[in-house]
Design a protein around this ligand. Structure first.
Ligand SMILES: *[C@@H]1O[C@H](CO)[C@@H](O)[C@H](O)[C@H]1NC(C)=O
Ligand SMILES: *[C@@H]1O[C@H](CO)[C@@H](O)[C@H](O)[C@H]1NC(C)=O
Length: 431
């Protein structure tokens, strides 16, 4: 009896540290751990009056809120600040960029508006505020870039914009409003910023930054050069959705979503990308994208620079890349967190499968690699149940949204093995 209890305690401790037992029980295998979860979002307000005002203006309908991105920031005091985005796909969202507080409310942790409540554009009337933040990116420069689509529902209230915040002061450093030759009002939807700082610290001064922005519904890419404060469009057939992959099945429920250009990663040489409705991965050299002259005669230039890398078994949504150039994504059906190194062919022989519980990972719409203060890398994921939102079967008494994390110290670049269903054999362990 006592021995059993000690064993149980020991086991729960290893699980709490993010380990499970590997097949055969011989070697510990890292698992994906859920850090926090919601049945329904809980919106915090600076004052009770602000909450009442939001409610009477129709801007507080918590069941309308779907978190889609996650980003973590390690603070000097050792704590972690976690950001999430809640785009205004529909009305009833009081703010669309938030931090996840440590205060637990009935349905999950309380959100707080970032950088503050007055920054948020309740009904699209003030374009100096944030209208609909989709995804964010934190750089080596302790800055956060936010892509704001400017759209509520299907109405383009404001031009899309990029906002750059200093994370040590939470002040706005820069705003870039996209000019009207880079998007189609209400046709485009800017959803993902991928950032490359070309002069990072400690030697660089963070002034030469390129940002690649996915236009998911008008099928393109917008390149922003922060130093010259100019932007241009690139379009290619590979950015379109594939109708053969327009119906998706996640955890046994199916829905249609013909989303194009979706996930972007770069390894400083190439931009890797895929549309959502697709099982293919593509690449284009940054050198081609970064020269504005290349696109002067129109967005459909340089078709020969775009390459099909290969195919996976199923669609996947958000994606992230680590410092060893491993790219992570979660396939829909079956639900699998897989890793591919950019130096290997894009096919199932090169893919590594990272153990994850398929009932916890569902539609992974946000993913980031985060570096801890001691230089370790972690994968952060946001999972929602888009299949249920789409079908209208979401129930707030179930867990619908999760933020999860996995340490990446056991994943190395380059070499994976091809034993199809043995998950452990495909990983190369560093210890
Ligand atoms: C919110 O942020 C704005 C812009 O940084 C600032 O001017 C304002 O004082 C802040 N409001 C509150 C209540 O902190
Ligand atoms: C874009 O904006 C410019 C300057 O405001 C205007 O002259 C031009 O007609 C606009 N073009 C389109 C396509 O809306």
């Amino acid at each position: 009896m006592d021995r059993l209890r000690i064993l149980l305690i020991a086991f729960s401790l290893t699980v709490a540290q993010g380990y499970g037992l590997g097949p055969g029980g011989s070697r510990p295998v890292r698992t994906v751990e859920t850090l926090t979860q919601w049945g329904q979002l809980e919106f915090g307000f600076p004052t009770a009056q602000d909450r009442e005002n939001a409610q009477s203006a129709g801007n507080l309908v918590p069941e309308n809120g779907t978190p889609i991105d996650v980003q973590a920031q390690y603070l000097a005091n050792g704590k972690i600040r976690v950001f999430t985005t809640i785009p205004r796909f529909v009305t009833g969202i009081p703010y669309t960029l938030a931090t996840v507080s440590e205060t637990q409310a009935r349905n999950g942790p309380l959100l707080q508006p970032y950088p503050n409540y007055s920054w948020h554009n309740g009904n699209g009337e003030n374009c100096d505020k944030i209208t609909s933040a989709f995804r964010v990116a934190i750089t080596e420069c302790n800055q956060m870039w936010v892509i704001d689509s400017g759209i509520i529902g299907t109405t383009q209230h404001c031009p899309p914009q990029l906002l750059q915040f200093d994370l040590s002061t939470d002040r706005l450093l820069h705003r870039y409003r996209f000019p009207n030759d880079t998007y189609i009002p209400s046709g485009s939807l800017f959803i993902t910023p991928n950032v490359l700082v070309q002069d990072p610290p400690p030697r660089g001064s963070c002034s030469r930054t390129m940002i690649y922005v996915a236009d998911v519904s008008y099928h393109g890419l917008v390149v922003y050069n922060h130093q010259t404060q100019t932007s241009w469009r690139a379009e290619n057939r590979y950015m379109y959705p594939d109708p053969d992959y327009g119906q998706h099945t996640i955890a046994g429920e199916s829905f249609y979503l013909m989303d194009g250009m979706f996930a972007l990663n770069n390894d400083k040489r190439n931009l890797y990308f895929h549309p959502l409705a697709s099982a293919s991965e593509y690449a284009v050299p940054l050198s081609a994208l970064n020269r504005q002259e290349n696109w002067a005669s129109g967005p459909e230039a340089l078709p020969e620079e775009f390459r099909l890398l290969g195919r996976r078994r199923s669609e996947c949504a958000a994606s992230a890349i680590d410092g060893r150039n491993n790219v992570y994504c979660v396939t829909f059906n079956p639900i699998k967190l897989f890793v591919w190194n950019v130096n290997t062919p894009y096919n199932s022989r090169s893919f590594g499968n990272l153990p994850a519980k398929s009932d916890e990972l569902q539609f992974v719409s946000g993913m980031k690699v985060v570096r801890t203060p001691d230089g370790q890398e972690e994968l952060w994921l946001l999972s929602n149940r888009f299949q249920k939102i789409s079908a209208g079967t979401l129930k707030s008494d179930e867990v619908n949204f999760r933020i999860l994390r996995r340490k990446l110290d056991d994943v190395q670049g380059g070499v994976f093995f091809s034993n199809d269903d043995d998950l452990s054999n495909r990983l190369v362990f560093t210890k």
